[in-house]
Ligand binder design. Structure first.
Ligand SMILES: O=C(O)CCC(=O)C(=O)O
Length: 308
């Protein structure tokens, strides 16, 4: 579809299939500032084989137009679920295909479990619409082929698919589950051009970097995508669920767990919303002494709180 925001049919497709491509959402001019920011971040960062993280903020006047349009899109999806979408404070990460290539995974993190969160993936440089894009295992196909597994993952997430047949699930403990057949024949790679926006449920829809074109003998072209998650303001994170299952810790990371813990201390509650978490993260970024003291305290005690 091609629109200023998302129509009901595309939103239905997003929740049914796990992803949707919004066509020709941006003009080349719209993305010039973000592309310039990417170039500056790349110049300042040595090649590291990792995503590049931008410090440009969504409230910077230079990205206002882009922000307003993305916000309208995000709110259209969120309001269909009775939620309000939260854009991150900084604009997110840049993913260069020459540096980064992921196998099939879900973005397991503080965002999981979340019934309604999603992610935006926006190509900035992508010379060929058919190559160097994103490959998905659509939720509807997974539901048909592996209904029990699809039920376990929906809204809760998983971690990865290994060797095309083994699924790693992260719950109270790490479970490994074997697929009846190779996942490869369920995969879809949509055609995507610069100007399009891919909206997808990163937390529970398996996705990967598209495999290189066999004709290119493994070489990856210059392709740069800009990606960031959209959280739901009113969804809740429970502290007691966070610390269940030591194995989960490696997937979450000490710093994000400490941030949730410190935020729950700040609110003197066992559970916090993503909106509260976002505001707390901003206080840390602004180096507010009260928030930093809570964060360092939480970081120190975090290893002691995990139960197996
Ligand atoms: O850009 C890519 O190749 C993969 C991106 C991805 O997996 C993500 O944004 O979650």
């Amino acid at each position: 579809m091609n629109a200023a925001t998302l129509d009901a049919e595309s939103i239905r497709a997003l929740f049914e299939h796990g992803y949707v491509v919004v066509r020709a959402f941006f003009s080349d001019d719209d993305l010039a500032v973000v592309r310039g920011d990417f170039e500056a971040v790349r110049r300042a960062s040595p090649a590291s084989g990792a995503e590049l993280s931008s410090e440009l903020r969504f409230d910077d006047p230079r990205v206002r137009r882009v922000r307003d349009r993305l916000d309208a899109l995000a709110q259209a999806v969120a309001s269909s679920r009775g939620q309000r979408a939260l854009l991150p404070f900084t604009i997110g990460n840049y993913i260069q295909a020459s540096e980064v290539s992921y196998g099939l995974h879900c973005d397991y993190g503080i965002l999981s479990p979340s019934a309604n969160a999603f992610k935006l993936w926006i190509p900035l440089v992508k010379p060929d619409p058919m190559l160097d894009g994103m490959t998905f295992v659509p939720m509807n196909k997974l539901r048909e082929r592996e209904p029990a597994l699809a039920r376990k993952i929906a809204g809760r997430g998983a971690a990865a698919i290994k060797n095309d047949t083994e699924v790693v699930l992260v719950g109270a403990s790490i479970e490994r589950s074997t697929l009846g057949a190779s996942i490869r024949d369920l995969c879809e790679t949509p055609e995507v051009r610069v100007g399009d926006v891919v909206v997808f449920r990163a937390q529970d829809t398996f996705h990967r970097s598209q495999e290189p074109d066999p004709a290119s003998a493994g070489a990856r072209r210059e392709r740069v995508a800009w990606a960031f998650p959209i959280r739901m303001a009113g969804e809740v994170i429970h502290r007691r669920e966070l610390f269940r299952g030591k194995a989960k810790r490696e997937f979450l990371g000490r710093s994000s767990v400490a941030t949730v813990l410190a935020c729950s201390w700040q609110h003197r509650r066992e559970s916090i919303t993503y909106e509260e978490l976002g505001a707390f993260e901003e206080q840390i970024r602004a180096r507010r002494p009260g928030a930093l003291a809570l964060y360092y305290g939480a970081y120190a005690v975090e290893p002691l709180l995990w139960r197996s």
